[in-house]
Design a protein around this ligand. Sequence first.
Ligand code: ADP
Ligand code: MG
Length: 346
Amino acid sequence: MITFNQVTKQFGDGTIALDNVSFHIEPGELVVITGPSGSGKTTLMKMLIHDYTPSQGSILYKGESLEGMIDKQVPFHRRKIGVVFQDYRLLPELNVWENIALPLSILGKSQGEIESRVTDLLNLVGLADRALVFPKQLSGGEAQRVSIARALAMGPSVIFADEPTGNLDKKASLSIMKLLEQINSLGTTVLIATHDVTLLDHLKNERQLVLEKGKLTKDSNPKDVPEAGAEVTEEFEEVEETEKVEEVKADDDLAAEFQEVKPAESEEPTEKPTEKPSEKKLSGGLFAGLKSSLSSLSVPKFGKKEEVHVEVESLDEETPEELEETKKPAKKSSKKKKTKEKKNEE
Ligand code: ADP
Ligand code: MG
């Protein structure tokens, strides 16, 4: 499903973040990517979502080289890989329900589909009773659960959790790890990049890829690395007529508004609610647009237990670099332009 074939990533300043790395991951695996800070874990994630391109070697997703993608296909590829970050990256002006609904709303999913999907996801992550709460009212563990639910909203085939417990205490860390294991048992391939010893100890029987200074020094359960094109199981999706390029642009605009929510120091909520969630107003700019796109959605009543489905598609979430890029004056730059700029940088 995921193949790195002799991948090297050297940045413009000469740093070699990944050095001749090869591995193959099969669908449904849970793989721990570990190694000290600076060993290349985040770079590996960014290469998988085609944020960075290899200096040498190739990366295949379901047998297709990522380098073969045209710019328009990149957002579609990214929806298949839900990324969970250490610092949650929830939109502070949207409540829990809206944060999870957002990727679905942007893609124009029907209200019924969104309601049923968000309800399932809230039940899955155990936050059905926190739907109307805002990110700053959540504990770190809860915020990470929301972030996981949002990453699952589009039904990705893969979840890449990059240091998901970096800001959490031991109890919350284990609970997040169990949630990721549960998601894996429901069929999603899960990659967890971590150097958290609590997590590593709990996951010691899972496959481990160990990175040291960009080199893969251990793969506890190696799989044969297939040749490029040897196992094409899925061609990159054509951009469908119904999901127009306009929507890709909307993703870019949205991404520009993604803001970091400061991680909670402890499991206690960082701030007590000062107003009822329902009174909270979205501020101007794109939030006004989001508000209007979300206002057509009524937040359903929670509490009814439903079977959990985890087979929808992933949030095309932007990386901090892309966010910076989109915050610059040419804010409405298209994905195509950004990709070109990125290539020039490299
Ligand atoms: P990890 O996630 O394991 O902590 P990273 O993948 O973030 O490691 O970083 C690997 C190495 O690449 C580090 O030396 C880091 O400083 C360097 N690095 C990461 N991103 C960039 C970049 N955009 N430009 C230059 N060097 C980078
Ligand atoms: Mg990292």
